[in-house]
Ligand binder design. Sequence first.
Ligand SMILES: C[S@@+](CC[C@H](N)C(=O)[O-])C[C@H]1O[C@@H](n2cnc3c(N)ncnc32)[C@H](O)[C@@H]1O
Length: 420
Amino acid sequence: MQYSLLKEQYENHYTQNQNRSAEQSRRMTMLKGLASTIGIRDTPLFQLLLFSKIKNYIRFITLRQIYKNFEDVRNMTVGFMHPNIFHSFMNLGVQLEMVEQESHLYRLRESYMVEEDMVSRLVRMESSNYSNTVASILEDYLFVTEAIEAKPSSKLGRIMNQQAYIYMKEVLTYLQEINQLNFFEQITPSFTEDFYTDLGELAFNIYTKENYQQYISQKQFASILDIGCGNGNYIDIHINHSAHIVGVERQEKVYEKLQQKYRDYPHIQLFQEDILDIEFNQEFDMINMSYMLFYLTVEEKEALFNKLKKILGKNGIIVICQYYPDFEVYQELIARYNGKWGLMNRYKFDICNSILAAEVVLNNMLVDFAQAEEWEPFLQLIESCGFEVEEIVPADETYYSYFITIKHKSGGSDDKGYRD
Ligand SMILES: C[S@@+](CC[C@H](N)C(=O)[O-])C[C@H]1O[C@@H](n2cnc3c(N)ncnc32)[C@H](O)[C@@H]1O
């Protein structure tokens, strides 16, 4: 969708917040009831059963962290906590409809409150005489945990190892890192950095690849720069259509795999470097950055976009594939425009938005990242560096991530002085 049209609609929109109510709609409740009667069987309804438990799975992780970290759950404020971690966590609570915000103060909703003598049991993830709401989120948490940990030889494990569930299983496992959340400082995750590169590859093949192929089908690029190219998912798509492709990847292990993969392709040039340290003396028609901006601080991003200003050709484009927590209104507008705002889609978007809000917490709480991406600050940053957004297209069926097309503001200039 052209950004100019989206912006115009955004300025005139009024929020209906319909996708949240999709969770409680009569039709969804009936379908979920049916899925739960059929239970753990290899039928299409199992996907709905698992899906219907995801929000509660994240809710339990969230509730446990609230009780672990805040003495007064009616009055949660940032205090000396890390602001990005605190705010993205509270945003997750609001997204899950567990937390209410009143200016700088956050309050846990009554239905999620736990009696004082049961708090330590809740933090230990043990059952107790909780309210129905809390008991049901714990039950769903345990169900999802059992599903992601199920032995491959078990009935549940066999279902979960199917292609349709592999990515979901990885993501739900990843979200369990929030169980280690520290509100005061970023922590080291329990996996190595190439985990994200491999998770990205899985997501790309399942959800993004076809959309990307369609998205670029009418476009031709003679030269491409792929920043943070990971395992080369995007390079693969362009490999036979572009004369010169440059991939930059700072991780040694990932870079070595890339070198091996493209050893017979002289038109692909690879650099094992940090994009901030590398200088180019050429221009590119297209610059790709997929799930990579959250590795950089605001200052680093500014330096990067100033660098890109010099090396992006006059009519060139930057394509960013990214998710944003403050994007729900745009999601609705784009979905309505594309005729994808039916009940089932709204239900799917809502669950995925909860996963997204949790992923944003991870982008803030783990040392591997600088800070989560947010749409409004991002927009301001690129505009201040002389760029503008041209188009926004969903990168997957769940409207989780988007391809953001950026170009030089007012057509750019012929002399960008990249040889300075
Ligand atoms: C989440 S992965 C995504 C990979 C690929 N773009 C994709 O979408 O499949 C991000 C990659 O960016 C790399 N990266 C992060 N910061 C970087 C930097 N400053 N310079 C170069 N590479 C970077 C990481 O090592 C990682 O492999």
